[in-house]
Write a protein that binds this ligand. Structure first.
Ligand SMILES: *Cc1c(COP(=O)(O)O)cnc(C)c1O
Length: 497
């Protein structure tokens, strides 16, 4: 079967998977979605004994139907190799009564590596398939983790350039160091004088700018996106939910067909949307629990049916979730409206014009699979400390948001389902806040100096990603204001009007 993709905002055109990956965003500003979500065509009995790479092939081939077996398998082999510090790629660790799905064993020790390790390869195959002559320019706004993971994925990949914008004061010291020390002749990293949403809006505006696209073309360039709106990011993320379920089954933690819940620390809504797609494929998932930090726009949306981004932007200790516009929610709205592109476009227009929208009762009913919660900064600290004290297992603040929300859900509901908590970053990536949560005596200490101490108390070896930034040179110092982003890109590419 040949699966096609279409925009969430109109029904006119369809695209193949490779075309959708190349474009990132549909022409009308909508996001690409599969015209239908395929049912898993392989049994749990078979999946149970598969490696991560085999599982990836089994799942992804159902979505990327215009990739040949050889193409897809080679993308998978190049992505999920020894860049990951464990052969399991995404290990499942039981701590207390929950299972933590550790998605932080890649090059940048956070979950974005799961998709960004493979996206450059999917993109490069897609370019060949579609006879693209232009150099592909990856333009990314990052709240911290995407930037480095994309830089690492694309560095020195032929016929590509990557330009990353990050909010100057909105990322952690480790995140910043990881980005500004990035090597590669095709990499640029720029600090934006604004927050993540400013940076993301600036990037979106460039993608939607027809005049700029024309100037790019005349100079032999075309944009593509590595942000989580790219379907080439979403599809690889479905894999680890299937893998986690199969592992629970193999380890006899659950019986065949038994429903599990998943709790996902959410920001742009890509990770949890992948879990929703996995459920739609037939994976026995009960509740999808969406966990927010104090920027709880998603929690409010699920509680009230109103999405309202007009609110104060709060800087928290889980910066990758400090987001007020959750782009991937658009794909969920599309599904909840019964794949109604006009309705989805209306809602997105309202968001753009009025900064808010409200969904109707029937759409709210269609979201019954979701639960939502949020955790305050105090709860995050307390969750890190208490889990560590009771189990010895140390989690990062993003994962702690999910863990806190999961506990609250369990207190409030009689739900016997076992829960997988998605663990999105290594505690080493945010060691200042993690160590301070464990013991106040670490407060204010220089972050990188805490690595040895963290190693001692957790028994988890310091990852290579941390060792590297301790020595690397700073290679990127550029900075620009929000309204100079386009000019900066043109300068970097040598485009003159
Ligand atoms: C990106 C990120 C998230 C949020 O994931 P979304 O797919 O944007 O919802 C959570 N935790 C970490 C560490 C991240 O990097």
């Amino acid at each position: 079967m040949n699966l096609l993709y279409k925009s969430t905002r109109s029904n006119e055109k369809t695209a193949t998977a490779s075309e959708a990956i190349l474009k990132g965003l549909a022409d009308d500003g909508g996001l690409f979605v599969p015209t239908e979500i395929p049912k898993l065509d392989i049994s749990m009995e078979e999946l149970k004994d598969m490696t991560y790479q085999e599982t990836a092939y089994a799942v992804m081939k159902q979505f990327l139907t215009d990739f040949t077996e050889t193409e897809l398998k080679s993308c998978i082999a190049e992505a999920y190799d020894d860049k990951f510090d464990t052969g399991e790629i995404a290990p499942l660790v039981k701590a207390g009564e929950n299972y933590y799905l550790e998605l932080f064993h890649g090059a940048t020790i956070a979950f974005k590596d799961m998709a960004l390790s493979i996206l450059p390869h999917l993109l490069s195959v897609s370019a060949k398939k579609n006879n693209v002559e232009n150099e592909i320019v990856i333009l990314t706004a990052t709240s911290g983790d995407t930037g480095k993971a994309a830089l690492a994925g694309f560095a020195d990949v032929e016929r590509t350039r990557i330009i990353v914008f990050y909010p100057k004061d909105g990322v952690s010291e480790v995140q910043k160091l990881q980005m500004v020390t990035q090597k590669g002749n095709n990499t640029s990293v720029i600090a934006v004088q604004g927050n993540f949403d400013n940076a993301q809006s600036g990037v979106k505006a460039m993608f939607e700018n027809k005049e700029l696209a024309e100037q790019m073309k005349n100079n032999g360039f075309q944009f593509s996106s590595a942000n989580s709106i790219n379907i080439g990011r979403l599809v690889p993320q479905i894999v680890y939910y299937v893998y986690a379920y199969a592992k629970l089954l193999k380890n006899e933690e659950i019986a065949e067909g038994e429903e599990i819940n998943v709790t996902v620390p959410s920001g742009n809504f890509g990770n949890i949307l992948a879990a929703y797609y996995a459920k739609k494929m037939g994976l026995p998932i009960g509740k999808l629990i969406c966990a927010s930090n104090e920027n709880k726009v998603l929690f409010d949306f699920f509680e009230t049916g109103t999405y309202d981004k007009k609110r104060e932007f709060i800087l928290t200790t889980s910066p990758s979730m400090d987001i007020l516009i959750s782009s991937n929610l658009e794909r969920l709205l599309y599904m909840a409206s019964g794949q109604n592109a006009d309705r989805t476009a209306e809602l997105m227009n309202a968001l753009k014009r009025q900064g808010a929208y409200e969904i109707d009762e029937s759409m709210r009913e269609a979201l019954a699979d979701f639960e939502a919660g949020y955790a305050s900064e105090a709860e995050v600290r307390e969750t890190i400390r208490s889990l560590y004290e009771s189990t010895g297992y140390l989690i990062d603040p993003h994962t702690a948001v999910a863990s806190a929300v999961c506990s609250r859900y369990k207190r409030a509901h009689k739900d016997a389902n076992k829960t997988v908590i998605v663990s999105t970053a290594s505690p080493y990536k945010f060691m200042g806040n993690v160590m301070t949560a464990v013991d106040g005596k670490y407060a204010g200490k220089e972050e990188l100096l805490l690595a040895d101490e963290l190693e001692k108390i957790s028994g988890v070896e310091i990852p290579a990603a941390i060792r590297e930034i301790m020595q690397a040179d700073i290679l990127h110092r550029a900075e620009c204001s929000v309204d100079k982003m386009e000019e900066t890109v043109k300068q970097l590419l040598g485009i003159h009007e």
